[in-house]
Design a binder for this molecule. Structure first.
Ligand code: C2E
Ligand code: MG
Ligand code: MG
Ligand code: MG
Length: 282
């Protein structure tokens, strides 16, 4: 019986590996097709002034309009895209779409900053600076309306060519932000070496901030450090009025989260902006 159980475990381990490989293979094929068939869409989550609810910016978040499975958030498939060059093409598409969308918003409603997520592989490639420059000139969106979000893990290894690219991006006029701040163990010494404009405090700290003194201390600490370094701060994943009240109390200027709005399609973003100047908690 033990032998059989042992074999069973081996078999299920193999099956798990095989399932993983199959998922990867199927998904990467589907994703390639999705790019060709234009099945990706961008949704935009408002970033608000915590004190007033005024929309100060937005974050572009990619979704896949799957032909059979509906609208899929990146959690279901982005990892597969990020393991290959697909993410470089998808990233370019995201940059172009976001800049075009925001150019029309700027023209017809008002100028609004857009945050665009950049993955490690995009950053490691030589083409990113050119992609950004081209998207800006084609859309005619002013560079200061674009904020590129990089994650800490991508910035852990600071080398000459990365610093050079980040410097060139800032020369173009786009801002740089560190996403999911606090989850990547990057050190302050590394942070001060980087040409960045803002940090986004990860939802894992924001969620607990109002109730758990330790999480609250982390949020306060990041805010204090950012203030000292002259960096802007956005708190991510605010879901409750208590969390918003905590942020307001400690002087955290901006935030995003389901409390105000999830990511919405361009039409709904336009309606939010046209509707009024501030979002009230949901
Ligand atoms: P992120 O950049 O940290 O984006 C924030 C994520 O938190 C989004 O998930 C957003 O929908 C979600 N969120 C916002 N407010 C709340 C809240 O109050 N509660 C909760 N529970 N979640 C909230 P989403 O859209 O599923 O994206 C997940 C991640 O996928 C993003 O995390 C980002 O790392 C990546 N991603 C999304 N779009 C792109 C893209 O265009 N390019 C790249 N490279 N990565 C992207
Ligand atoms: Mg982000
Ligand atoms: Mg984030
Ligand atoms: Mg996050």
């Amino acid at each position: 019986a033990a032998k059989r159980a042992g074999r069973g475990r081996v078999a299920s381990f193999d099956q798990a590996l095989e399932a993983r490989a199959n998922r990867h293979l199927t998904l990467s094929g589907e994703l390639r097709e999705a790019l060709a068939k234009d099945q990706f869409v961008l949704h935009y989550q408002p970033i608000v002034d915590v004190a007033t609810g005024a929309v100060t910016a937005c974050e572009a978040l990619v979704r896949w309009q799957h032909p059979h499975r509906g609208l899929l958030a990146p959690g279901d498939w982005l990892d597969v895209a990020e393991e290959s060059d697909l993410i470089v093409q998808l990233g370019e598409w995201v940059l172009r779409r976001a800049t075009q969308d925001m150019a029309t918003v700027a023209e017809t409603i008002r100028p609004l900053k857009v945050h665009v997520n950049v993955s490690g592989r995009q950053l490691a490639r030589p083409g990113l600076v050119r992609q950004v420059a081209t998207a800006l000139s084609d859309s005619r969106l002013p560079a200061h309306l674009v904020v590129l979000e990089l994650t800490e893990t991508h910035l852990l290894e600071i080398h000459g060519s990365l610093l050079n690219d980040l410097g060139r991006l800032r020369q173009i006029g786009v801002e740089l932000s560190v996403d999911d701040f606090g989850t990547g163990f990057s050190s302050l010494t590394q942070l001060v070496k980087l040409p960045i404009d803002s940090v986004k405090i990860d939802r894992s700290f924001v969620s607990g901030a109002a109730a758990d003194p330790k999480a609250g201390a982390v949020v306060r600490g990041v805010l204090g450090m950012a203030n000292a370094l002259g960096l802007a701060v956005v708190a991510e994943g605010v879901e409750t009025p208590a969390q918003a009240a905590f942020l307001e109390r400690i002087g955290c200027p901006s935030a995003q989260g389901f409390l105000w709005s999830p990511a919405v399609d361009l039409q709904r973003l336009r309606a939010l902006l046209a509707d009024g100047t501030r979002l009230v908690p949901l």
